[in-house]
Design a protein. Structure first.
Length: 92
């Protein structure tokens, strides 16, 4: 299902090779979750899932108090942050 939010034009679409490269580049540059979502036009849950699938993040804890760690560093985002970003993006 595709998100109808104009800030997220790629939500629900298949990730192409160039999309994955852009995601990895932005993540490695240190952008936060909201900025990455806006750059790639996808939801926080989509970005988090893809970063986990690429082995760049690992989930910890249990929903709703859990979050995500960079595989090589400190906590990067929490579930609460992802929900708040989603809420703000839906306010247009």
């Amino acid at each position: 299902m595709t998100d109808t939010n104009p800030k997220l034009p790629n939500a629900g679409k298949v990730w192409l090779a160039e999309d994955l490269e852009q995601l990895k580049r932005l993540f490695r540059q240190g952008l936060d979750l909201e900025d990455i979502c806006l750059e790639v036009g996808r939801t926080p849950s989509g970005v988090l899932a893809k970063l986990c699938g690429l082995g760049l993040l690992t989930p910890y804890g249990r929903y709703p108090g859990g979050g995500y760690h960079r595989v090589e560093a400190d906590p990067w985002a929490t579930e609460a942050q992802a929900r708040e970003i989603t809420r703000r993006m839906r306010e247009t």
